[in-house]
Write a protein of this length. Structure first.
Length: 215
């Protein structure tokens, strides 16, 4: 599944160009349970978003930065699951360079991914609405020769939004589209009445384990 930065969004936004790029994960956002439709079927699934800042140059040698001189960013949404067929598991497996052990599958700490560099494959595709979208495909480890040459300094502070313990200061920095997604979730709506027992956020379904390779 790919999210998605919209190529035709408002303003002077310029999407990350297609190709293979060095990127750093700087934000993980718990979106709560989201409704999706595919081939006439409706599903409700816990979702999480990974946001990456992109470093490097395009094919013409231009730095991959915004009009403000900051690194371009791109994100990808996942179903918060480490099941055999889950895209999140496949991407993390490729990024780590190995699959999960049975112990890790019982509890994996997503926060370990924050601040970690990867190589991301970016492509464009036309959505069902006829618009062109920019998507993250594969996520891979950074080659040894790039690590040896030295990784760049991260630009954005790392941040983790968890619906079990929402950081409202962080929430207010999110785009209106992302905030609306979060506020549409049953976890958010139920929490407006107070602390809700027995509702675990998607992020906390795969947490609490330290790991060395590389997260």
């Amino acid at each position: 599944m790919g999210l998605t930065v919209k190529a035709g969004s408002e303003g002077s936004f310029v999407p990350v160009p297609a190709g293979l790029h060095l990127a750093r994960c700087y934000q993980i956002i718990d979106l709560g349970t989201q409704k999706s439709e595919y081939m006439g079927k409706t599903k409700y699934q816990p979702k999480v978003m990974f946001k990456f800042e992109v470093h490097g140059e395009d094919d013409q040698g231009n730095p991959l930065v915004t009009s403000k001189g900051e690194p371009m960013s791109i994100s990808k949404n996942y179903t918060a699951s480490l099941s055999d067929m889950a895209t999140l598991r496949e991407d993390l497996k490729n990024w780590r360079g190995r699959d999960f052990t049975p112990e890790e599958l019982r509890a994996f700490e997503l926060k370990n991914v924050l601040g970690v560099f990867a190589m991301i494959s970016v492509s464009t595709a036309q959505g069902r609405d006829g618009k062109e979208y920019t998507n993250i495909g594969a996520i891979m480890p950074v080659p040894a020769n790039i690590k040896k040459a030295g990784l760049p300094e991260g630009h954005n502070p790392t941040a983790f939004f968890d619906l079990d313990n929402p950081d409202m200061t962080l929430f207010e920095t999110l785009s209106e589209n992302i905030k609306n997604k979060i506020m549409s979730s049953p976890e958010w709506q139920e929490r407006q009445g107070g602390v809700i027992e027995g509702i675990g956020s998607p992020i906390n379904q795969i947490t609490k384990l330290d790991d060395d390779i590389p997260f």
